[in-house]
Write a protein that binds this ligand. Sequence first.
Ligand code: ZN
Length: 288
Amino acid sequence: MGLVSAKEMLETARKEGYAVGQFNINNLEWTKAILQAAQDQKSPVILGVSEGAAKYMTGFSTVVGMVKGMIENLNITVPVALHLDHGTYEGAKKCIEAGFSSVMFDGSHYDIDENIAKTKEIVAYATERGISVEAEVGSIGGEEDGVVGAGEVADPKECKMIADLGISMLAAGIGNIHGAYPDNWQGLRLDVLKEIQDITGKMPLVLHGGTGIPDKMVRDAIALGVSKINVNTECQWVFAEKTREYIEEGKDKVGKGFDPRKMLAPGTKAVYDKTVEKMTLFGSINKA
Ligand SMILES: [Zn+2]
């Protein structure tokens, strides 16, 4: 199976009461670990790529080539969507042209009228090419790729306006934050999530900033219509931790331990394990 749109996998998840993880990729090792975890666990998966990560990997077409090649060479048969994370208007169009199967257009920093106008254009462009679109209402707090959001809670009426534009999934700010949560964090606004679910009907909802949200709150959010959960920071933490251990234990000084394929192996394994752990929590195992 090649790349697929995220639309069908999320509609199924929404109906059956689980969530599909979006795992952000940063390089070849991460991509391999996440695809292999999805295949081994028979889980659908969404590979998230920010514009910054795409630039790091030298461009959208490199990412498309790498992911398609890996799906073929690793015999990946579970559904895989390649998704632009927090895309700009121009970035979303470029990555559709490069062969992504799903895009997020993040117009949450515009006023609602401009967010609607631009989301509409991206939806028209994407839909005729079979590409799924995620839109956002109410910014998500914290910093991601240099974009700092204050984390405003979404207005359910605005969510309804955006949900009706033909998008496949909706991200709504409900007190969630990218990166680590502060000690005095008040938790997710599940009351607002409930209102958003009531007003948007069957629309699959997206939870950004999954790192550090207690497991029970994640399950409660899934029960209220969250069908896609983004994971990035937690994989970065375990990758860094295991790589640091390898160096601190002096393993790079033993034999050919300096070989990057050896040096990055423990971190890669940690990303694999974290992916399996999250798929288990989200309930997506054996759903592909
Ligand atoms: Zn996000």
